[in-house]
Write a protein that binds this ligand. Structure first.
Ligand SMILES: *Cc1c(COP(=O)(O)O)cnc(C)c1O
Length: 386
């Protein structure tokens, strides 16, 4: 057995990122400035559509400001999958609106579009689809439903930079998409986020809101170019991205294609070699899965998920559970009467995420495979063919 613990995820930071940060630190201009603008443009270029972008300090801030910019507030409803991180639903509560939780589809763990349709009322103002693990929601199906009902689509693309839906990158389907550059995500700045949209007005509105409601010219006010004068045009927040984070993001973006290729290669090893009793989420040739996460599920009649996690930990393998459905958390339980989401509840008991990061070696992947298969092989009471 290997001595060293293999974590679930580890940021892939190279010399390039270190050099870029050093350069910004020496430049004397640490906060929002030219590096952020450069990063915003580079992301739009990468996504390959006529898009506009605003760099922020998190994806959560991006989701929140997208709701605010869409005029969502008290009395409104926003449909959110229950299979997600706190951020997706908390931001709805921040606006005063109500998150309406929706069950997910078993094969992808993305929002169940049929059930989403049934949840639409005249109060529904938006839906926040999450591209779980880096596999895209069926945007071709969601777009016309949202269009017909006049509701906004704000994509939680925290897992999905580089993900493609039918040959087109995630980020240009909905009205707005928010990416995360958190430490474990496919592209990381440590912390950071970005909203992209094909609507320039919305992006500029979010930019202003991200910095106290002050016009963007204020960012130049300490330069020779700038002026001391600024105006607060509306209420706003402090969610801006800075040059230090943006400089890391710029290097990461240059490496992103390669990093995603690596994740996909590891996924291939897993798919080919893991015990046949392991269930995996959907992947197909129509879409490009960017494998932010690799989740597996095992029938609880074979082994309980919790015991499985414990056994892998003993073998120095880090795992986690994505996600504990929102409706199972005490806070959200108190918020809703109905807390029965059959698919999410069933899958939750059997699912776990296994190590997946671009700096992982083939040997690491084979170690995970061998250990998982060995745990299953050693289970008592198993007969050949049974
Ligand atoms: C990580 C994550 C977020 C939040 O991203 P931050 O950049 O940390 O704010 C939102 N939604 C999902 C599904 C996530 O996994």
């Amino acid at each position: 057995m290997r001595r060293e613990f293999l974590p679930l995820s580890k940021p892939d930071i190279g010399y390039g990122e270190i050099k870029a940060v050093t350069k910004v630190l020496k430049s004397g201009y640490l906060t929002t400035g030219s590096k952020v603008t450069e990063f915003e443009r580079a992301v739009c270029n990468y996504l390959g559509k006529d898009l506009f972008a605003v760099g922020l300090n998190s994806c959560t801030a991006g989701l929140y400001l997208s709701l605010v910019a869409s005029g969502i507030g008290s009395g409104d409803e926003v449909i959110v999958p229950t299979w997600t991180f706190a951020a997706t639903a908390h931001v709805v509560l921040w606006t005063g609106a109500k998150p309406i939780l929706c069950d997910v589809e078993e094969s992808s763990l993305n929002i169940d579009i049929q059930k989403m349709k049934d949840l639409i009322t005249r109060r529904t103002k938006a839906v926040i689809p999450v591209h779980f693990a880096g596999y895209p929601c069926d945007m071709d199906e969601i777009l016309p439903i949202a269009g017909k009902n006049g509701i906004a689509i704000i994509e939680d693309a925290a897992h999905a930079i580089g993900t493609e839906h039918k040959g087109r990158k995630i980020g240009s389907f909905g009205n707005m998409a928010a990416f995360s550059f958190y430490a474990t995500k496919n592209l990381t700045c440590g912390e950071g986020g970005m909203v992209v949209s094909n609507n320039k007005r919305i992006v500029e509105k979010i930019r202003k809101k991200s910095y106290f409601g002050i016009n963007k010219k204020a960012f130049n006010r300490y330069n020779k170019k700038g002026s001391w004068y600024y105006e607060i045009e509306e209420m706003g927040y402090k969610y801006n991205m800075d040059n230090i984070h943006a400089s890391i993001g710029l290097i990461q973006l240059k490496r992103l294609r390669k990093m995603i290729r690596r994740r996909r290669a590891i996924a291939d090893l897993y798919k080919k070699n893991l015990d046949v009793r392991i269930r995996r989420t959907k992947d197909d040739s129509q879409n490009l899965h960017s494998y932010h996460l690799f989740t597996i599920a095992i029938d609880k009649k074979i082994i309980s998920r919790d015991l499985f996690i414990k056994k892998l930990k003993q073998r120095n393998i880090g795992t986690s559970v994505h996600f504990i459905p929102l409706h199972r958390h005490p806070y959200y339980k108190r918020l809703y009467k109905k807390t029965c989401f059959p698919v999410a509840d069933r899958v939750y008991e059997e699912i776990l995420s296994i190590p997946m990061f671009s700096a992982m070696s083939d040997r690491d992947a084979y170690y995970v495979i061998e250990q998982i298969n060995d745990v299953l092989k050693r289970l008592p009471g198993r007969r050949k063919g049974g």
